[in-house]
Ligand binder design. Sequence first.
Ligand code: F6P
Length: 320
Amino acid sequence: MARKIGLITSGGDAPGMNAAIRAVTRYGVSLGYEIIGIRRGFRGLLDDDFVTLSLRSVSGIIDDGGTILRTGRCPETKTKTGMNRAVKTIKQLGLEGVIIIGGDGSLAAANAISKHGIKVMAIPASIDNDVCGTDETIGYDTALNTAVEAIDKIRDTATSHDRIFVVEIMGREHGFLTLDVGIAAGCEFVIIPELKYDINKIAGELRKGKERGKTSEIVAFAEGCGSSVDFAKKIEKLTGLEVRVSNLGYIQRGGRPTARTRILASKFGYAAMHLFHNKKYNHFVGITEGKISSAPIGKIINKNKKINDAELKLLRKLSI
Ligand code: F6P
């Protein structure tokens, strides 16, 4: 009888999750495992919602955004009853272990499940890139490119009208995506939760920028910093200049994964399966200084990833 492994995509979807599903399935099946896809995140374990993944059922998905397994947030896994139910289902299904693809919340759930004697592997996937222990998460590069492309377009209209734009970017309570978007789109300022800012100073700098002949100025504003609309109103009042707001929202989560995201997802999926097969359980995979890495999941739970200060300085230096 084939050894069975469960595969879950959980939390917010991220482009490239499908490429990871394909990698786990293709490599897993070739090693002799049966891969059981658990649908709609951990909820599938509570609702008995499964599908067997075959070599061919993952054909033609490497370039698709979203996740063929669907996903969701499942607060029940934080309760004793929900967790017990999920563990019971894993045992009833005869799963040898579960591979979880998701962000920090999903990795915390994976860690909690491992405490019940279930063998888990975790693959970081999130557009926020806020998972500790990896330089990059699946989906991040795609979201970054989507946001930069959107700001390039906003720049055209901002320049035509001599306007300031405040562009709101996702990232929950972190500013990794906003900072990189800011550098890549040549934004004048980034507002991120990790950094205190002085609105009077920013307004003053924006005014000075205009005086230096800038035709447009763009502030990349992380969603975790509160209301971008209120921020824009204050800037308009302080500068006396015309300010518009654009919230990029959920377009950042969709779309075809970039080649970089697909390669990362393929490497992560392969590495997770490889580690599992070699009995290195309860680990997450990551990429560190260009190399695929792994470490026990417990090491990254409740840890905060640090913003790169040099990048912040770079943005300000180049936006004069
Ligand atoms: O974690 C990914 C993310 O898109 C965050 O950037 C955002 O804050 C959150 O998910 C939105 O969550 P939901 O899909 O539950 O609205």
